[in-house]
Design a protein around this ligand. Structure first.
Ligand SMILES: Nc1ncnc2c1ncn2[C@@H]1O[C@H](COP(=O)(O)OP(=O)(O)O)[C@@H](O)[C@H]1O
Ligand SMILES: [Mg+2]
Length: 264
């Protein structure tokens, strides 16, 4: 393929797979306007581990939704795997999302009448897999997250940690380029949270997937190749080398706030 025909840009560090340019998001609620994202500009590399981090209500989910085609920003453009996301037709966008993205939320939606295997198979039917092939691929994905023995159980009857691993299997089943996870450990204890983080890391390191994780848990920040920090509308992207410095600063800021509070 003629490289000049592709809008993807080379970088000494790797292929740029996401590019946000002058992205601003405003919401008007009643007579108030909030601007969680102000003129964000950043690039993410293929096969990197990216963490969107910031306090509750800072705009993390909004930014994730903008990047993945769910929320057209007020202004700005998003290039995602060589597609300008907000120039795609709704059919193209749906196909793009189904083939490229595996998504895990804090709490997941299951079809209650279907068992685990059928729930994990469901997105594969939309991609044209036969029933038999979908079951085979779904079973393999369940085994990858060590839930192979749960195929015939019903997801809503399982623990939070088990459901989250099944959600990971569902996200991984179609072999997407990206795993998108919005607070996937938000309702888990630390042991189950670590299992999910381990699976995300494996998806990146062993299968070269690009991870975009939203979290407000500082503990995970050192895992990131790129840290997208959001606060008061400002979006700042730090590379791995500067993350330790940034986390030290964030910790110091938090300690100052707590000290002030403790003195009252
Ligand atoms: N669809 C919407 N309409 C109006 N306001 C919204 C909408 N989505 C998010 N917001 C507001 O934007 C800000 C960021 O929200 P969100 O991205 O959900 O934060 P986070 O995920 O970091 O907790 C919040 O003030 C929220 O109330
Ligand atoms: Mg959120």
């Amino acid at each position: 393929m003629d490289a000049s025909a592709s809008p993807s840009q080379a970088s000494p560090r790797g292929r740029i797979i996401v590019k946000a340019t002058n992205v601003t998001q405003q919401f008007v609620v009643g007579d108030e306007t909030v601007t969680p994202i102000k003129d964000a500009n950043f690039e993410l590399l293929e096969s990197s581990f990216n963490i969107i981090y910031g306090p509750s209500g800072s705009g993390k989910s909004t930014l994730l939704n903008i990047l993945t085609g769910l929320q057209r920003p007020t202004t700005g453009t998003v290039l995602f795997d060589d597609r300008e996301v907000y120039k795609l037709s709704s059919d193209e966008l749906a196909f793009f999302r189904a083939t490229r993205l595996g998504i895990v939320y804090q709490s997941n939606y299951w079809v209650q009448s279907l068992n685990v295997l059928e729930n994990v198979s469901l997105p594969l039917y939309f991609l044209g897999y036969s029933r038999a092939r979908a079951s085979e691929v779904a079973q393999f994905a369940l085994e990858e997250v060590e839930m192979g023995g749960y195929a015939n159980k019903y997801p809503t009857l399982l623990s939070g940690g088990e459901q989250q691993r099944i959600a990971m299997a569902r996200a991984l089943a179609s072999s997407p380029l990206f795993i998108i996870a919005d607070e996937p450990t938000g309702s888990l204890d630390s042991a189950n949270g670590d299992k999910i983080m381990g699976l995300l890391q494996r998806a990146q390191k062993e299968n070269n997937r690009t991870i975009i994780l939203v979290t407000h848990n500082m503990e995970f920040l050192p895992l990131a190749d790129h840290l997208i920090h959001i606060q008061d509308g400002q979006v700042e992207v730090l590379q791995h080398e500067s993350i330790k410095k940034a986390t030290d600063e964030l910790l110091a800021q938090m300690q100052q706030r707590l000290n002030r509070y403790n003195r009252q």
